[in-house]
Design a protein around this ligand. Structure first.
Ligand code: VGL
Ligand code: ZN
Length: 198
């Protein structure tokens, strides 16, 4: 079965020095580049928010970054502004090899809904189109790497497993935000959803 590597949000703002830096985020770039040779297909995802995005703390007067708020679709962490459409921080890490990418899925561009998963926005009903893309191409054996382990990688992997894909997360090639135990929760939930942590 063809193996597809899905590289999640390996962008400047999620690496040290970025607006929502994940510790060690840049350490996984070289290993991911090398790993691409072992896969038949490579897909990239890109977090891509308008400046007025509702997941940004600065768009909620008085709110501090990393606090929780209620959205019509449920609880939402308020983040520092990051990956603003067209900004340098929204670009892929400059050393990431993007030549093998067969498509780039952008997510989070609707002002009122955040999107952690590469498959569905956080309302769980608005699809990004990735599922249809993969199914149409018979790409059903998926390996996730990238940032952040406990948010976008985990939510993507769980959605993929729920939709009947065969799903693994290559943990060495991820790094976590780890907000209030979110890494442990994400790992437990992934295992429960049938994701292999390898
Ligand atoms: C992410 C928080 C907000 C991620 C994206 O890529 O894990 N986390 N936007
Ligand atoms: Zn985001």
């Amino acid at each position: 079965m063809a193996r597809t590597l899905i590289v999640v949000d390996l962008q400047v703002d999620f690496c040290p020095g970025g607006k929502l830096a994940v510790a060690g985020g840049d350490e996984i770039v070289a290993p991911i580049n090398e790993m691409m040779a072992d896969f038949d297909h490579v897909v990239l995802t890109q977090d891509w928010h308008p400046a007025e995005h509702s997941s940004f703390a600065e768009n909620h007067p008085g709110a501090t970054p990393f606090s929780l708020t209620q959205m019509p679709y449920g609880p939402q962490v308020l983040w520092p502004a990051h990956c603003v459409i067209g900004s340098p921080g929204a670009q892929f890490h400059p050393e990431l090899d993007t030549t093998r990418a067969e498509t780039v899925i952008r997510k989070g561009f609707r002002p009122h809904i955040d999107s952690y998963s590469a498959f569905y926005e956080n309302d769980y009903v608005t699809p990004t189109g990735l599922s249809g893309y993969l199914r149409d191409r018979y790409l059903e054996d998926l390996y996730f790497v990238g940032l952040a382990h406990d948010f976008c990688v985990a939510w993507s992997a769980m959605d993929a497993a729920r939709h009947g894909f065969r799903v693994s997360v290559i943990e060495d090639a991820t790094r976590a935000i780890d907000l209030n135990g979110s890494l442990q929760t994400a790992r437990d939930s992934m295992r429960e959803a049938g994701v292999s942590l390898i």
